[in-house]
Design a protein around this ligand. Structure first.
Ligand code: HEC
Ligand code: HEC
Ligand code: HEC
Length: 118
């Protein structure tokens, strides 16, 4: 039985790895250059999407939390599958802070630099 489970998990792992390699193909849909994310009563946030794709080179640094569709963050928030400010705290600010501490090129951590009233 142990051996069977071992083989099955190896099969699953291979399947998962090749699935991920497929997703990283050159012809994938990279979405919009820039994306506006509404943020409750706060001013909306503009994400330079293609810039992040270029400097980070890993879609799943963000998309492990929400799918590659417009409005997915707010949809998941209204279904209570994402908490308010979860993307902001665990993704945007977390990464910008870590890079700042490492002395690397980074993005804003101040409220008004992301939530820009226009
Ligand atoms: C820094 C975070 C981040 C990274 C990295 C990222 N995305 Fe996104 N992506 C977003 C956000 C935020 C949205 C919009 C979600 C929403 O509207 O709720 C989005 C939306 C999308 C959409 C749908 C929107 C549209 O314009 O059609 C696609 C397609 C997409 N991403 C593809 C990708 C691919 C492919 C990569 C990697 C090459 C990637 N993204 C990397 C944050 C990111
Ligand atoms: C790096 C960009 C960034 C910074 C800096 C930032 N935010 Fe956000 N904030 C976002 C994004 C993106 C969302 C929408 C996604 C989410 O709720 O996680 C958001 C959502 C919010 C929401 C709305 C939650 C809701 O659904 O009602 C509030 C309130 C908020 N932010 C307050 C703040 C405050 C206060 C600060 C400063 C301490 C701040 N933000 C700094 C990007 C940022
Ligand atoms: C895994 C790391 C990472 C995550 C997650 C991330 N960022 Fe960034 N962000 C960066 C880096 C690195 C830069 C600096 C890019 C450059 O100019 O080379 C940056 C720059 C920015 C800038 C400034 C762009 C400019 O033109 O100066 C904004 C605005 C920004 N990020 C918003 C966001 C928002 C909103 C989110 C969440 C939806 C987010 N970022 C998530 C790493 C990240």
């Amino acid at each position: 039985m142990r051996k069977f489970i071992g083989i099955m998990s190896a099969v699953c792992a291979i399947g998962f790895i090749s699935f991920n390699m497929g997703v990283q193909a050159e012809d994938q849909n990279k979405g919009s250059e820039s994306i506006k994310i509404t943020a409750g009563s706060m001013a909306p946030v503009t994400l330079p999407h293609h810039l992040h794709q270029k400097v980070l080179n890993d879609c799943n640094l963000c998309h492990d939390l929400f799918p590659q569709t417009l409005g997915s963050i707010n949809d998941l928030k209204s279904q209570q599958k994402l908490k308010k400010q979860q993307v902001m705290n665990s993704k945007c600010i977390q990464c910008h802070k870590t890079k700042k501490e490492a002395g690397e090129e980074t993005g804003p951590t101040e409220c008004a630099k992301c939530h820009v009233r226009i």
